[in-house]
Design a protein around this ligand. Structure first.
Ligand code: 13P
Length: 258
């Protein structure tokens, strides 16, 4: 059995008004109860964070943002800081999602500054990495993931590395209904853990959660979560409805008993 607590995170992307988000949190909280062996993090859009934090109070659910800026304050129109998120009782933040990289031009250096800023503010970063289809076909998956992990975690003190969560999200699997096979995903997860061993040592690397993301659904989750280095999921589409999301939480709980 793994020493790592499984984590299921919902990335709601640009979905759910604050009202819709509150309903979803209540439905998830009612189904999960106050006890679970699985850590659960809900990541609504900024506009719903306050409502989700309020609805999640006293439940087993933690709340994450989908992005933040690395600076503490200033003339950065449209951005939010780590302190603003902390003030709402947000505990996690997704950083470097492939949609931020591809659509909004975020590079590894910018993402790295955000990772360090999040840690400095005691927010847990969920650092997303993953290759494009063309990169997988060209055989460069490991090189791409290595660059994203090493540059993304540059300057992270070993003492804080356990706070980091990595999400391996092959870009070709996101929102496409195509998943990496459990063996394909496990291979990359084990590779990522080997990079963490090099940077932080075996003990710390053994404690970092590495999530899989990319069309994870109730019908493929058991097999993915059974893999040794897959410690949970970062869920897009299937996180938008309570039933499918809670099914995934239950799959993660089951993975502990195998
Ligand atoms: P899907 O689960 O919709 O493929 O999205 C995955 C994702 O991008 C989570 O961050």
């Amino acid at each position: 059995m793994s020493i790592r607590t499984p984590l299921i995170a919902g990335n709601w992307k640009m979905n759910k008004t604050a009202t819709e988000a509150t309903d979803l949190v209540k439905a998830i909280a009612a189904a999960v109860g106050t006890e679970s062996a699985v850590q659960i993090v809900l990541c609504p859009p900024f506009t719903a964070l306050s409502a989700v934090c309020a609805a999640a109070e006293g439940t087993h659910l933690a709340v994450g943002a989908q992005n933040m800026h690395d600076k503490t304050h200033g003339a950065f129109t449209g951005e939010v800081s780590a302190a603003m998120l902390r003030d709402l009782h947000v505990t996690h933040v997704i950083l470097g999602h492939s949609e931020r990289r591809a659509i909004f031009g975020e590079d590894d250096a910018f993402i790295n500054r955000k990772v360090n800023a999040a840690l400095a503010a005691s927010l847990k970063p969920i650092l997303c990495v993953g290759e494009l289809l063309a990169e997988r076909e060209a055989g460069t998956t490991n090189a791409v993931v290595k660059r994203q992990v090493e540059l993304g975690l540059a300057g992270v003190p070993a003492g804080k590395a356990e706070q980091v969560i990595i999400a391996y999200e092959p870009v070709w699997a996101i929102g496409t209904g195509k998943t990496a096979t459990p063996a394909m995903a496990q291979e990359v997860h084990a590779f990522i853990r080997s990079l963490l061993v090099t940077q932080f040592g075996a003990e710390t690397a053994g404690r970092v959660r590495i999530l899989y993301g990319g069309s994870m659904k109730p019908d493929n989750a058991d097999a993915l979560l059974a893999e040794h280095d897959i410690d949970g999921g970062l869920i897009g589409g299937a996180s938008l409805e309570a039933k499918s999301f809670v099914d995934l939480v239950q799959s993660a709980a089951k993975s502990l008993t195998r």
